[in-house]
Structure formats: C-alpha cells, structure tokens
Ligand binder design. Structure first.
Ligand code: FPP
Length: 257
C-alpha cells in the first residue's frame, strides 16, 4: 500500500503533513480518464479487449488504496457517449466485461464498504446491464467508505443537455421560476448532484484532453496528464500524484493576499 515519506499521505483523511510541519490537503475527490488500454494490448500483439480486461483489474487496486490516500470519492470514466463509434466487437466485449465485473465484484465491493454509483444515460444500455447496475447501487447504498462512481455511457455535454431538459420541465410546470436559476441550480439536475466537484482529474496514456468528462464539475479541478497506459497505472503513481496535488496553489480565481 502506498505511503509517501516526506509529504506523507495520512490514512485519517486527505491531510498531508510536510517535514516543516505544514499541512497540505490531498484530493478528496479524484476523477480518472482510464486511457491507453488499446495501445497496451497492441504493444503485446493482443486484441484491444485484452487491454480492457487488464484495465478492469487495475480498477480494483486503485479503489483499494483510496482510504489510505484520503480519497473519499473516486470517479472513473468507463464508457463515453462517443465510444459507441467503436467496432461492434469492441463494444459488445466491453459491455460483457462490465456485466461480468459488476456481478463478480459486487460482493467484494460491498464487503469493503465501497458505495457504488453510476452516472451517464442508461437508456441505450441493455436491460441486463442496467439491472446489475441498479442492484450494485442498491446493495452498497448503506456503505460509508469510498464513494466509487462509474461513468458508463456518459458524456458531459449529454449530461448538461439531460439536466437542462429536466430543469426546463420544472420551469414549465411552475416548480422553478426562471429568476431563481443560477449556477447553484443546474448542478442539482446533473447526474453528479450528490457528489462534490473533483479536486483532481487524471488522464493516463499521454493524451492531454478532457474528452467530454465532467465538463461542468471540473471548472476548477487540477489536471494531471501522465504517460502511463491505464493497465500499468499503480497505487504508487496515484500516491505520487496526490502528493503533488498537495503542493499546488489552488486560488479558485482569487488573488493570494
Ligand atoms: C480507453 O482506452 C478505455 C476505455 C474506452 C474503456 C475503459 C474501460 C476499462 C478500464 C475497463 C473496465 C472498467 C470497469 C469499470 C470494469 P482506449 O481503448 O481508448 O485505449 P487506446 O487509446 O490505447 O486505444
């Protein structure tokens, strides 16, 4: 399990103590774009799905180290609204991987006090998968450890569009007045309405773009774009990124006095 020696990440929360006695806050909410599975597999002469299976195994390790790093919320991008453009073989392989992962991991996650939620549009997903997602959310609803959110058929623009539709319906029915709509209102309609905004967004595989992930929520997030391909990502690397986060100066648009 990762331990960072100088700016040590405490297991009690996201506070990091430095050698000069200062306290640095680690990220409470980490969001990850798990990229590079395909290239990882191709580099080994294997089909892309081989990389997705290796990537799925990484998810468990990362979830497990969260309490030690003071990460209370972990949000991972598993399938985007744009991923339907991939080949049918890859799409069905991924869907079957999600079904298997949820059935297999359900009891283990529940036992480890992990609370699982899904964000994204469920309409296009098959009924069996949606049932498993509902069951896993239900099964872990009382857990108070790490909050794991899995983005599945998720797109930031799609989420804002769906939220706006619901908000417009409330305005049309008179439940909400246009004059009361401000930037506190829309987030209440987003899939993530019960989650805090991410403090740190990580993208693996050397690509420096956000690909429609948590567009509204990441307005003030710190970003880390790292070269590691997702199946090679380790809890040690996550610990290093958490430590680096603690050294950042987050001003949220204000000027330091
Ligand atoms: C991006 O890599 C990855 C995906 C589209 C799928 C992410 C899925 C997993 C990590 C597996 C399982 C997750 C769960 C929750 C069980 P890519 O295929 O775009 O890689 P490339 O850029 O190298 O082609």
């Amino acid at each position: 399990m990762p331990r960072v020696s100088k700016n040590r990440v405490s297991s009690a929360g996201s506070e990091q103590g430095t050698s000069d006695g200062q306290t640095l806050a680690g990220p409470r909410h980490v969001a990850i774009i798990m990229d590079g599975n395909g290239r990882w597999a191709q580099a080994r002469g294997r089909p892309r799905l081989f990389g997705h299976h290796a990537g799925a195994r990484r998810v468990g390790e990362v979830v497990e180290c969260c309490p030690d790093l003071g990460i209370k919320y972990l949000t991972i991008f598993a399938f985007s609204t744009e991923n339907w453009k991939r080949t049918q073989v890859e799409i069905s392989g991924l869907m079957s991987l999600f079904r298997r992962y949820i059935s297999k991991e359900m009891k283990a996650l529940a036992a480890r006090n992990v609370r699982v939620r899904f964000i994204g549009d469920r309409v296009r997903l098959d009924a069996k998968l949606v049932q498993l997602m509902d069951d896993l959310e239900h099964e872990t609803a009382q857990n108070e450890g790490t909050h794991l959110t899995i983005a599945l058929n998720y797109g930031g623009r799609d989420e804002v569009a769906r939220a706006t539709k619901r908000l417009a319906a409330d305005v049309a029915s008179g439940r909400l007045l246009p004059k009361d709509v401000d930037e506190e209102t829309l987030p209440r309609y987003l899939d993530t309405h019960v989650l805090p905004d991410p403090d740190l967004v990580i993208r693996t595989s050397g690509e420096a773009r956000i690909s429609n992930f948590l567009l509204w929520q990441s307005a003030y997030s710190e970003y880390e774009f790292i070269d590691t391909l997702w199946p090679d990502f380790t809890s040690e690397e996550l610990a290093r990124l958490c430590q680096r986060f603690g050294n950042r100066d987050r001003r949220f648009g204000a000027v330091k006095t």
